[in-house]
Design a protein around this ligand. Structure first.
Ligand code: DER
Length: 236
């Protein structure tokens, strides 16, 4: 499909630009675009990859690395990463992004921070002026289960997200449980508030019981978007 082709285009272009021969430790994100990142890295050949380790951002990412025959590494063992490539739910013109649509943003943010270079790959739907334009389900927030009701209450009454809700699973009874054993809250904010993503992120992060917020500010070095016409848009 045009959408899948645009994801592949973004991923291949980003790998070709940012995975250097001397790179040894590579962070692999989560979602439906990163499989094309791994696909392109595998095409570099077994010889090029035998000296490399690939660090996952969750179970899906780990399965992707293992099933692709790439060497699996741990962030404990490789705390500094040459380049991390990951998807995003929305990316604004300053490369701030919303992540966590796949409930993986805690480990994703650890690997984004650990990387010398953090690169975003996405399809054309994610390329926006301001956050909250197309991704309407809200800011993903990982919370400890013990505190989720309190965090919801604070979001509703203090931070101005009356629609904030606990993310319920589809193929499992009850709430979505992250790879870290926590719950996810989705908190929509009005467009004005989303024009200052750093403030929103900081306010949410301060709520007791919040583990991590799916807003990444000033972390990405570049973002690659595949377009419907087969071109690629690069933001940096
Ligand atoms: O959850 C995330 O942050 C993932 O990176 C995900 O949102 C990326 O979305 P994709 O499936 O469109 O690549």
């Amino acid at each position: 499909t045009v959408l899948e082709r645009s994801k592949q285009l973004a991923a291949w272009t980003a790998v070709d630009q940012h995975v250097k021969p001397e790179h040894r430790v590579i962070g692999i994100g989560s979602g439906s675009t990163v499989p094309y990142v791994v696909e392109r890295i595998v095409q570099l050949g077994a010889e090029a990859n035998e000296e490399r380790v690939f660090i996952p951002t969750g179970f899906q990412s780990k399965q992707l690395i293992v099933e692709s025959g790439l060497n699996l590494g741990d962030v404990d063992q490789f705390p500094t990463i040459d380049v991390t490539l990951d998807g995003a739910d929305e990316v604004d013109r300053e490369l701030n992004c919303i992540k966590g649509g796949g409930a993986c943003h805690l480990r994703e943010k650890v690997l984004a921070e650990a990387a010398n270079t953090f690169i975003l790959v996405a399809d054309y739907r994610k390329n926006v002026e301001h956050l909250g334009t197309t991704f309407k389900q809200g800011v993903p927030i990982e919370v400890v289960p013990f505190a989720y009701a309190k965090v919801l209450q604070n979001l509703h009454h203090i931070l101005g997200s009356p629609e904030a809700s606990l993310r319920m699973a589809v193929k499992k009874a009850g709430p979505v449980v992250s790879d870290n054993g926590n719950f996810i809250i989705d908190a929509p904010f009005d467009q004005e508030k989303m024009k200052d993503p750093f403030t929103i992120m900081a306010q949410i992060k301060m709520l007791t019981g919040v583990v991590e917020v799916g807003v990444f500010c000033h972390m990405a070095k570049a973002a690659y978007f595949g377009n419907q016409d087969g071109s690629v848009t690069i933001k940096w």
